[in-house]
Write a protein that binds this ligand. Structure first.
Ligand code: G6P
Length: 475
């Protein structure tokens, strides 16, 4: 295999191997914001992507899909349970999302996390060319930067953290807190979504490891300097803008509205079915507005797309039960034969259909309790070239640091959220346009291309600095 100058390492490959209802095995785009953000960048560089293909015990040779070289890393059924569902998604995910669900701490999960991280690190170390670059992504692989550095001291290493990094008071619960910090500090540049995440990380490094820090630089005992900074991620706006212009998709948006009985307004929520997304809070607020007669199903139908996620993790099983019970009750109480209160879709959809839904939605509800960024908010804005529609956005999302002209909500405050929904439903056209214009300016200027360019520039800078220091030391 030809060594690659640039290697991305992420838990998932951009495509997942899945079995369809007819038993056929196919490749499908992987879920989540990480893949959505990284995929466009990979088309512009000559690189390779190391990741898992989404199924147990799949030993696959490297292959190329959609122009991207993919290097699959196998996971056994037990590793999926201990490393992916366990440590990644039942320890780190809830801990880093401010313990919205209680994190579980199990030593055997940690052991599997170390083993699997080493496998990813070895795959990256084998794939990368001499003096090349390895870019590691997200919370599933926090030990990989240090492991790659040990295996390949010649390469430049970046790490980007797609989810929040918590305050030290919460982070300190992690039994392996020092090992994880050391793992991350193997990178030359560590990127976070928000300045607060970067500040939380720096504070943890100071408190736990006692390393000196100056502004955004951590001084390591081995003489290296690690650059820590916020690089808010974004989307490739082009396909959203193009699809939103297409007559067939605009017709589909009208068809969606007609299919719901032409309600005066459509509210939309689009999330992975995850307890961090505030889906229950949003449903409660909407249900109470109906109960109190402040709105009716003819005034405002609510479409909730909840794509299936991590379905074998207990907290997700419970969430699904709670969400479906709540929706069943609200629909039972308020549906008419012509109109439904909540049209619930426990499915993922192709981008064309998502854009049609965004175009049909008068109000987009993004009410996460904690979210690294939330790219759905940016997708909605990117499609609304007509300058119509209102974005209701939780202050606990990374996106809220950037998107100012929204109807901002605290999703824990149900009364506040009810008022915000009513304000959004009643917002005059001119005000919608004024706000949407400024939101669009931000999203179109700060797209995913700008994000990856600024991260890679910081990485280049760090590499140049490292070489310089190295030469001085050996002069
Ligand atoms: C978030 C995470 C990603 C993850 C995605 C989907 O966006 O930041 O790392 O891949 O959710 O979750 P899953 O567990 O299906 O990979």
């Amino acid at each position: 295999m030809v060594a690659a100058e640039f290697v991305v390492v992420a838990n998932r490959l951009p495509v997942d191997r899945v079995v369809t209802a007819d038993g056929e095995e196919i490749w499908r785009t992987s879920p989540g914001g990480l893949v959505a953000a990284l995929e466009p960048m990979m088309h512009t560089v000559d690189g390779a992507w190391v990741g898992w293909a989404g199924m147990p015990d799949l030993e696959l040779a490297p292959f190329t899909a959609d122009g991207i070289r993919l290097l699959p890393v196998p996971l056994s059924a037990s590793e999926i349970q201990l490393y992916y569902e366990g440590f990644s998604n039942d320890t780190i995910w809830p801990l880093y999302h401010d313990v919205i669900a209680p994190p579980q701490f199990h030593r055997e999960w940690w052991d599997a996390y170390v083993t699997v991280n080493l496998r990813f690190a070895e795959a990256a170390a084998t794939a990368v060319a001499k003096g090349g670059t390895v870019w590691v992504h997200d919370y599933q692989l926090q030990l990989v930067p240090e492991m790659v550095r040990n295996l390949r001291p010649d390469v430049t290493i970046g790490y980007f953290h797609h989810i929040p990094f918590p305050a030290h008071s919460l982070y300190a619960q992690l039994p392996w807190r020092d090992q994880v910090l050391r793992g991350l500090l193997g990178a030359d540049v560590i990127g976070f979504q928000r300045t607060q995440d970067a500040a939380n990380f720096i504070a943890a490094v100071k408190r736990r490891l006692g390393y000196e820090t100056k502004a955004a630089l951590v001084a390591m005992p081995d003489g290296r300097h690690v650059h820590v900074k916020a690089f808010p991620i974004s989307i490739d706006t082009t396909p959203y803008r193009e699809l939103a212009r297409r007559p067939d998709i605009r017709a589909r948006a009208a068809e969606i509205r007609a299919g719901l009985g032409n309600p005066k307004r459509i509210l939309l929520g689009v999330d992975r079915l995850d307890y961090t997304k505030g889906i229950r809070h949003r449903i409660k607020a909407y249900g109470e507005l109906l109960d109190q007669g402040r709105i009716s199903v003819e005034d405002a139908t609510f479409i909730q797309v909840a794509s299936p996620s991590r379905e074998r993790v207990d907290a997700y099983v419970h969430l699904r039960d709670e969400v479906e019970l709540a929706i069943g009750r609200i629909n039972g109480d308020h549906d008419t034969l012509g109109h439904t209160a909540i049209r619930y879709l426990h499915q993922g959809f192709p981008r064309e259909e998502m854009v049609a839904m965004y175009l049909a939605a008068d109000v987009m509800l993004v009410t996460a309790l904690r979210d690294g960024m939330n790219l759905v908010a940016k997708e909605y804005v990117a499609t609304r070239a007509d300058n119509r529609g209102v974005l209701v956005l939780s202050e606990f999302t990374g996106a809220s640091d950037e998107l100012k002209q929204v109807v901002r909500v605290n999703p824990h405050d149900i009364e506040g959220m009810k008022d915000a929904i009513v304000v959004a439903l009643e917002m005059p056209r001119e005000e919608q346009a004024r706000r949407m214009r400024s939101l669009r300016k931000r999203v179109l200027e700060h797209d995913v291309d700008a994000w990856s360019r600024s991260f890679l520039k910081a990485l280049e800078h760090a590499a140049a600095h490292r070489h310089h220091t190295h030469e001085q030391e050996h002069a």
